[in-house]
Design a protein around this ligand. Structure first.
Ligand code: FUC
Length: 778
């Protein structure tokens, strides 16, 4: 849990109110679109974790199972990890660098990998796990025979609810995770006096745990294995019934309503400091809400949440399926992929997941956001930087949640510190670098194994997010603050790039094309990333008019970096050598980075490379894991082939659990993306791919409906953000643009294009410009 910035919260609440007022003033038709009900809904309780429904406030997350006789709420606090502050840099690693490079240059890959494995890897070689925190259980007495069961999460207010009837009494439950109050609130009601009877207790799967019960509260203390972090969670209950306790459980009898507030915190402060005091933070947080009734807490939560959520809306129409249970819709979609509202729901759900897992002041979303129920989660539930972490943030600017990008920038700040130690120890350079995995202790050295752990693109890729944030927001203060991060990443590469003895080009060596082909000299992806970083840094220094001496030294280097090449199969080469296997269906498609999320390869400037990139993607094929499918959707959108993108969306939104019992890429019943296992990157990457079908702005102009699939002939988007500081709202019907509205947030010149028409116009900050479907101004 995080310390709160009260001013920030006040501002957010005020903003929320303003938005509510503006919203009320809108014409009726638009209000209807705004109010479209986006929900995940079910007619049975969850049995598996991937059927339970997530809530979160950026740091405090929970999965709600919605059982009738027993409710289970599994919860997380984002700073509970194994391990301890640690410098992962391997002192002396750099002594082997020249030899590894030489071996790679002479084709001795095995020897190079062996040497790197022995001398060049992180110390220790593995990073550590994100942990679950605890479990809250509620046993309801005699609720076995029930009717009217309903379970849902409503994305409009971020409240999860359960309702059912037993013996003529209606029971309801609401659960929310409040950002302003930093608590999870659970509200229980019964429609009849004294009908609410239940037992309540906390537990955890940690070996080292204890639970203390007092009059109306319970406290859980957990300590992680192999680490220095401990966590405290307390719940407090207010009810109009009786409270007693026995056998480690709170017993509530003869109530008709009860509200439980739960909070949790650890001693983690930052990657170097574990002197936090959860024993103080937890009671303080709870004492702030203990006098508020549930309705107050709920209103504050909704106002805060909607200040973010209501900025953007998407709708593709509704062909009558939106009322069906979500698990059934996923099943039906796999059979007949026509449920346009489900795709809009997918985008809004991704926005919900962003708001719930990545708020200013919290940690960046991990492979699982903030939701994890395992002591040894897959891939540590940490941060994989060779695709997954960045994918989590692909849609964030476009779908108007720019401030939710901030946790990633904080992570980059941390990495510029730990990564500087790695740059020195492993490469003897200045600046900072991060390899393919990062944990809460900000490990930046190469982990696991030399054939995939030594990947050099991390600092470059992460830095593009700083520049992209500037492009979308045009916030020069931000750029000035973050510029040192970009320039120090560029500084690293300017010293690290190595003149290839075979070709004379500057190349990235040793490295890896994620996670295929082993340790190599000069994977294409790295060069695309480094060129992008250099170009962005040069641009940034021009915008800020600073550091021009340094950035002018980068320019000539760009021309010397090994270029993109077309190989003998017509493909874009993944490596320096023309050795791509057209039969390979590997999930990573890293050499197409310059198509998406990069832009170096595009139809206007490099049509031949674009053709080759498309050929490469065709060879890779349409199958894939969750995030891989999601990336391919983005590629096909950039290739302006909406129908092909839709084909992959069909797979992404089909059940992960196949009829034969196997689990593959797709969606779980709670719409979590399946790699498998659950990885949240596919949710965000899939949403980004849908948005890329509708609007692209990477080439200094706003392209409308560049890759509209025939399955989405009508729709409306409002509040979508384009680079240059524009907020765009538009409607289409019969696959044809009907109207566009552009809000200029900073007063830049706007270039708008639809099909063959392109218009350019000057704008004034704060003004809105309206056009019909042929881009004639209204
Ligand atoms: C990368 C991928 C894996 C997985 C892991 C978390 O290493 O290649 O498929 O997604 O990240």
């Amino acid at each position: 849990m995080k310390k709160q910035n009260n001013n920030l919260i006040k501002n957010i609440s005020l903003l929320g109110l303003c938005l509510v007022l503006t919203f009320c003033a809108k014409p009726k038709e638009e209000v209807l679109q705004q109010e479209e009900d986006y929900k995940l809904q079910y007619t049975t309780p969850a049995e598996k974790w991937t059927e339970a429904l997530p809530i979160g406030n950026g740091s405090l997350g929970a999965m709600i199972f919605g059982g009738v006789s027993q409710e289970h709420i599994q919860f997380n606090e984002e700073t509970l990890w194994r391990g301890k502050p640690h410098n992962y840099a391997n002192a002396g690693a750099g002594d082997s660098l020249d030899e590894i490079r030489k071996l790679l240059a002479t084709g001795e890959q095995r020897k190079a990998q062996k040497l790197a494995q022995d001398n060049f890897m992180s110390d220790p070689i593995k990073q550590i796990h994100y942990q679950p925190f605890g479990d809250l259980y509620i046993d309801f007495i005699n609720h076995d025979n029930y009717t009217n069961y309903k379970r849902e999460i409503n994305l409009n207010d971020a409240i999860s609810s359960v309702s059912y009837t037993v013996d003529g009494v209606d029971y309801s439950r609401e659960v929310l995770s409040s950002f302003p109050d930093q608590i999870i609130a659970i509200n229980l009601t019964a429609s009849k006096n004294k009908a609410l009877n239940f037992d309540l207790w906390l537990d955890a799967i940690h070996e080292d745990k204890s639970v203390m019960t007092s009059n109306n509260s319970q406290t859980l203390v957990v300590k992680v294995k192999d680490g220095v972090l401990h966590g405290i969670s307390t719940l407090k209950i207010n009810t109009n019934g009786n409270i007693s306790h026995a056998n480690g459980k709170l017993e509530i009898t003869e109530a008709s309503k009860a509200t439980i507030y739960l909070t949790a915190a650890t001693n983690y402060i930052d990657f170097e400091d574990v002197s936090g005091q959860p024993e103080k933070i937890v009671p303080e947080t709870l004492s702030k809400v203990s006098n508020s009734n549930y309705e107050e807490v709920k209103l504050k939560h909704i106002t805060d949440y909607q200040s973010l959520y209501n900025r953007f809306k998407i709708s593709f129409g509704d062909n009558g399926k939106s009322g069906n249970p979500t698990d059934q819709r996923i099943q039906d979609f796999s059979e007949t992929p026509s449920d346009p509202q489900l795709l809009a729901l997918y985008v809004e759900y991704a926005r919900y997941l962003t708001i719930s897992s990545s708020r200013p002041g919290t940690k960046a979303a991990t492979l699982q956001g903030i939701w994890n129920d395992k002591l040894t989660p897959p891939w540590f539930s940490s941060y994989t930087t060779n695709i997954n972490l960045e994918m989590n943030y692909w849609p964030v600017e476009m779908y108007n949640l720019s401030e939710c990008h901030e946790p990633l920038f904080d992570l980059i700040e941390d990495l510029s510190v730990t990564g500087a130690k790695v740059a020195k120890a492993h490469y003897n350079t200045d600046g900072w670098i991060v390899h393919h995995n990062v944990d809460i202790w900000r490990g930046a050295a190469p982990v696991n194994a030399s054939h995939h752990g030594i990947w050099l693109g991390g600092a470059a890729w992460l830095s593009t997010h700083l520049w992209e944030h500037y492009l979308f927001t045009q916030d020069k203060d931000f750029l000035e603050k973050k510029y040192p991060l970009m320039r120090n990443a560029a500084l690293f590469y300017s010293q690290f790039l190595y003149k290839d003895p075979n070709t004379g080009y500057l190349i990235s060596s040793p490295s890896n094309s994620p996670e295929i082909g082993g340790l190599v000299a000069g994977p294409t992806m790295d060069h695309q990333l480094i060129r992008a970083l250099f170009r962005n840094t040069i641009e940034a220094s021009k915008v800020l008019n600073i550091d021009l001496d340094f950035t002018s030294s980068l320019k000539p280097m760009i021309a010397k970096i090994a270029p993109n090449k077309i190989g003998k199969h017509g493909q874009l080469q993944e490596w320096m050598q023309d050795k791509d296997d057209p039969e390979s269906h590997h999930r990573h498609v890293s050499h197409l980075w310059a198509v998406h999320p990069g832009k170096e390869i595009n139809y206007e400037d490099t049509p031949e490379l674009m053709k080759a990139a498309k050929q490469s993607l065709e060879y890779r094929g349409d199958n894939g894991t969750g995030w891989s499918l999601a990336w391919k959707i983005n590629f096909w959108s950039r290739f302006r082939d909406g129908d092909h993108a839709y084909k992959l969306l069909h797979k992404l939104l089909s059940p992960a659990e196949r009829p034969n019992g196997k689990v593959g890429g797709g969606s779980y019943p709670n719409l979590f993306d399946a790699h498998p296992p659950f990885q949240i990157d596919g949710n965000f990457g899939g949403a980004s791919g849908i948005l890329e079908m509708l609007l692209q702005s990477q080439l200094d102009k706003i392209e409308l409906l560049p890759a509209l699939p025939s399955a989405l002939p009508e729709g409306h988007v409002s509040g979508m953000v384009a680079r240059g500081g524009f907020e765009v709202s538009f409607t289409w019907k019969d696959a044809t643009l009907q109207s566009v509205e552009v809000l200029s947030k900073v007063g830049n010149k706007c270039i708008l294009t639809y099909k063959d028409k392109l218009i350019e116009f000057e704008t004034t900050k704060g003004q809105t410009y309206q056009f019909d479907g042929t881009l004639n101004q209204q």
